[in-house]
Design a binder for this molecule. Structure first.
Ligand code: GLA
Length: 504
């Protein structure tokens, strides 16, 4: 027995190096397959390499990027690749390290020289598989007519912040059940939006297919509609979405018709894979394409642009048919991320109006990364910004505090004010800020924010922040009328907290 083990060990020792030293050629198309059995999907990254002497050239197509190899060292027994792609005015770079082991390419990826390595295994793929589709020239620009929707900022829920890829039909139904019974629907929440990862490929006629997590999108829409709610979906103008699923590239009209057939009421259209084919300057024309396609369906579908605020989207969002447009990168469930985004929206106020909204990204309220005081600040700030209120937590299980924050009708009334004027900062001193928002019928919302780690007192003259004399005020979190007759106002605001008033 011992001898047998020894012999096996010896064979292993001998074979190991033989396999590893086998110096093959790196030339070829190599694919890393990301297989998801729950979905029945495969997403691939392609290394299309050419090895000539000591040099490796070629391209790398990840699920949303397309890099050209700029520098290389080594060969099959160990190589590095530095690849780049244009990214707005700058360049996005990645570094790969790898070696050929048998018939596998073992590859490590670094996004930055100091970042940890992600290990990938690539196998030979048929030549031509995964090539970038031919570029379709952007259409000539024209103005897309307003669809008449989103007269106030959209309210609802979106799957991404909490569930990312772990979203499916049953969960969406559960969320709809919760929204229809917990008071959110009555408070104004209506859209149930499925974000990325619902997609499969296309059938023979090019029609987009859902993956196994969403067996029947039409039935799901019917279910959501029966609850008095609406259903939203997600796609990209590129060949791939951010998470690497099938995008709408070259199928814009067909996809819009499919959404209409399913009963979809809202589309979030996320740039991502489109950057492999188009520049930022071409964004308006590309977004216009889907704007046209949605209108052509004849179904009212809210159009949400998601391109992270690039190329001053607030200046052209309405012209391409957009009802809202993301103004920033992705929010995270932290105080720094939320405030970093929210308080930076100050200069965009002039671009919001009924039907056309700045979107500082979905809510993180109830996801656990902030305190309830911080979540109140989140809700108040978004209301001051006339931002879409898309809850991003698990509505099936949330604390009464979370529900109370999400359904504070007095704060929601500010967000949903018919005048549609976005608020802005009128006063700042260190970590304390006052924002005001003009409301209909001469009313005004005033929010006293304390971004500091300790409680702070904010004292101002009403006249200095543009609040007229002869006023009645109400605290929108305490739900109490206040006596504010004097010329000055002084209020203690908790650490990371807010005091939000409505002044008539
Ligand atoms: C991007 C968007 C997110 C989300 C993901 C999905 O990062 O900004 O909101 O939609 O893609 O892949």
């Amino acid at each position: 027995m011992r001898n047998l083990l020894f012999i096996l060990l010896l064979i292993g020792v001998c074979l190991g190096p033989v396999q590893q030293n086998q110096s093959g050629d790196l030339t070829g198309n190599w694919a890393v397959r990301n297989v998801n059995d729950t979905e029945g999907t495969v997403r691939s990254t392609y290394f299309n390499l050419k090895q000539e002497g000591g040099k490796i050239t070629g391209t790398i197509r990840t699920t949303q990027f397309f890099y050209t190899i700029k520098e290389s060292t080594g060969g099959p027994e160990g190589f590095t690749l530095i690849a780049a792609m244009p990214d707005g005015r700058t360049e996005r770079r990645v570094q790969y390290e790898g070696k050929l082991v048998g018939d596998e390419l073992r590859i490590g990826r670094r996004m930055r020289p100091d970042a940890p390595v992600t290990e990938l295994i690539a196998k030979r793929a048929p030549a031509g598989e995964g090539v970038l589709p031919a570029r379709i020239e952007p259409p000539a620009r024209h103005k897309v007519a307003y669809n008449g929707l989103a007269k106030t900022p959209p309210m609802g829920w979106n799957s991404w912040n909490k569930f990312a890829g772990r979203i499916d039909d049953a969960t969406v139904r559960g969320i709809a059940d919760a929204m229809a019974t917990n008071g959110m629907r009555e408070a104004g929440y209506v859209y149930i939006n499925i974000d990325d990862t619902w997609e499969a490929g296309r059938n023979a006629t090019g029609e987009i297919q859902t993956n196994k997590k969403f067996p029947d999108m039409k039935a799901l829409a019917d279910y959501v509609h029966k609850k008095g709610l609406k259903l939203g979906i997600y796609s990209s103008p590129g060949p791939n979405t951010c998470a690497g699923y099938e995008g709408s590239y070259g199928h814009e009209e067909q996809d819009a018709m499919t959404y209409a057939k399913w009963g979809i009421d809202y589309l979030k259209y996320d740039w991502c894979g489109a950057r492999t084919l188009y520049t930022d300057e071409e964004m308006p024309a590309i977004y216009q394409k889907m704007g046209d396609a949605l209108l052509k369906t004849g179904r009212p579908i809210v159009y949400s642009l998601c391109q992270y605020g690039r190329f001053d989207v607030w200046k052209w969002g309405p012209e391409v048919g957009g009802n809202l447009w993301r103004t920033t990168g992705d929010i995270r469930d932290t105080w720094d991320s939320m405030t970093g985004i929210g308080f930076r929206q100050h200069e965009l106020a002039q671009y919001a109006s009924p039907g056309h909204w700045n979107d500082p990204d979905m809510l993180e309220i109830g996801n656990g990364g902030m305190t309830d005081i911080e979540y109140k600040t989140h809700m108040s700030l978004w209301a001051m910004l006339a931002a879409p209120l898309l809850a991003g937590n698990d509505l099936r299980q949330m604390s009464t505090q979370t529900l109370a924050i999400l359904t504070n009708r007095e704060v929601i009334a500010v967000d949903q004010d018919k005048l549609g004027k976005q608020g802005s900062r009128v006063w700042k001193s260190g970590d304390q800020e006052i924002w005001t928002r003009q409301l209909s019928r001469g009313a005004m919302a005033v929010a006293f924010f304390n971004r500091a780690k300790d409680e702070a007192r904010i004292s101002v003259k009403w006249a200095d922040i543009g609040v007229p004399a002869k006023r009645k005020a109400r605290d929108l979190w305490l739900h109490q009328n206040l006596d504010v007759k004097g010329d000055e106002y002084s209020i203690a605001v908790p650490a990371h907290g807010v005091v939000m008033l409505r002044v008539n």
